[in-house]
Design a protein around this ligand. Structure first.
Ligand SMILES: Cc1cc2nc3c(=O)[nH]c(=O)nc-3n(C[C@H](O)[C@H](O)[C@H](O)COP(=O)(O)OP(=O)(O)OC[C@H]3O[C@@H](n4cnc5c(N)ncnc54)[C@H](O)[C@@H]3O)c2cc1C
Ligand code: FES
Length: 379
């Protein structure tokens, strides 16, 4: 769910109905790598230099799309910015290796300081506005690499909202896998009483005085005793981490009678969707029809033919239409558009909030047309 705290292979020329000559599309940059920091055994932070003259504007909680040639193919992945626009001069993302993962292994194995890497402009709804007059308590649950958007929001909150406080419950496998451990300690010291970090480890060393074990109901009660208790209307809960952890935390928060509209999450990984395991649509069914979808984007209108089992985004890309996208998993909302008419089925709805769905928003990367009159407006 979006946390707005308030909230190519070109086969043929795309069929377009031109409205204007101008076509900007998503903005891309070739950013120079200023530094690479080995954070833990399997996580690095990539620090990018801001482009000269026109710095990239972003919000805490947003992500960059990194684009790299992996095994001769262009691969894109989303990485949340761990830097804060209020604190850090440069842009930074932290990448944690995933077993057999394409990009998360290619980046640390191939990138060097001084090289440039192509990125797509910052995007994402897991963000908030900061206001010096605001007084709020952000309770964050992070797991592993899920610390990245939190790190940015922590820094921005502490520096921009003098009366707000942050409690961060950070779950990791073991002591060595804690990303930003020292940095968090420094922020805790500098903003004493306003940042409370509680570590939870799956496997703790002998002398560990913190928490260890599963984040279950008893653990949550104990953790809540460790963090300040503010009134419900001033407290917001954020989570980002492995799917299992987030499901668990969400259920526990609901048990604690925390209202749903106070809980926001950012997913890095697809949950239940397993495209390979999906049965092909039955012949003759609505899902088995090839349909034409109209896409309005950047003052252009495109007609995209979508075959059964293809997504709207993939069909558009195959037809040479440069639509915005990043994760291609229905999580990041970079491909979000509004269905002005027609019916669209989504394989994965995690990236959209209930109200976005009710307003007709769809994700083209996991969307399939279910009627012949689908018109989607992007941007
Ligand atoms: C909005 C958003 C922000 C993100 N921010 C970050 C970030 O700040 N830091 C970061 O390291 N990653 C982040 N990710 C995840 C990142 O985009 C990649 O998915 C991740 O690096 C794995 O890519 P890969 O190419 O190595 O793996 P792939 O080759 O795509 O996947 C290999 C296998 O690993 C599984 N897998 C993918 N990601 C994970 C994961 N995180 N944990 C466990 N299994 C996984 C896949 O399901 C697949 O089975 C973010 C994702 C999204 C959608
Ligand atoms: S590209 Fe990320 S949700 Fe579609």
């Amino acid at each position: 769910m979006a946390f707005s705290f308030f909230k190519k292979d070109k086969k043929e020329e795309p069929k377009t109905v031109k409205k204007e000559e101008h076509h900007a599309g998503p903005r891309y940059y070739d950013l120079r790598i200023k530094n690479i920091v080995q954070e833990t055994r399997d996580a690095i932070t990539i620090v990018f230099e801001q482009p000269a003259g026109q710095p990239i504007v972003y919000k805490s909680g947003q992500f960059l799309t990194l684009i790299a040639p992996v095994n001769g193919k262009e691969v894109r992945r989303a990485y949340s910015l761990c830097s804060s626009p209020f604190v850090d001069q440069d842009l930074a993302v932290t990448v944690k290796r995933v077993d057999l993962g394409l990009m998360s292994n290619w980046l640390p194995d191939n990138l060097r300081v001084g090289q440039t890497l192509r990125i797509m402009e910052p995007m994402g709804q897991f963000t908030t506005e900061f206001d010096a007059q605001r007084k709020r308590h952000l309770v964050m649950f992070a797991g592993g690499s899920g610390i990245t958007p939190m790190m940015s929001i922590v820094k921005s909150t502490l520096t921009q909202e003098p009366e707000s406080i942050v409690s961060l419950i950070y779950c990791n496998r073991d002591l060595e896998s804690i990303i930003f451990r020292q940095e968090l300690e420094r922020w805790e010291e500098r903003y004493e009483g306003r940042l409370h970090v509680v570590h939870v480890l799956d496997t703790a060393p002998m002398n560990w005085t913190g928490y260890s074990g599963l984040l279950n109901r008893e653990m949550l009660v104990k953790l809540f005793e460790r963090i300040p208790s503010w009134s419900a209307d001033k407290t917001t809960y954020l989570m980002c981490g492995p799917e299992g952890m987030m499901r668990n935390v969400e259920a526990l928060l609901h048990d604690h009678a925390i209202a749903r509209d106070k809980i926001f999450k950012e997913s890095f990984v697809q949950g239940v969707l397993d495209k390979q395991a999906e049965a092909p649509p039955a012949a003759g069914s609505e899902e088995a029809k090839t349909r034409e979808v109209t896409i309005r984007y950047d003052n252009q209108e495109y007609k995209v033919t979508v075959a059964p089992q293809d997504t709207i985004l993939q069909s558009a890309l195959d037809q040479g239409i440069d639509l915005p996208y990043s994760c291609q998993s229905g999580l990041c909302t970079a491909c979000r558009g509004k269905a002005l008419s027609g019916k669209v089925k989504l394989d994965e709805e995690e990236g959209l909030s209930q109200s976005e769905r009710a307003e007709g928003y769809v994700l083209t990367c996991v969307g399939h047309p279910m009627s012949d009159d689908v018109v989607i407006e992007i941007g």
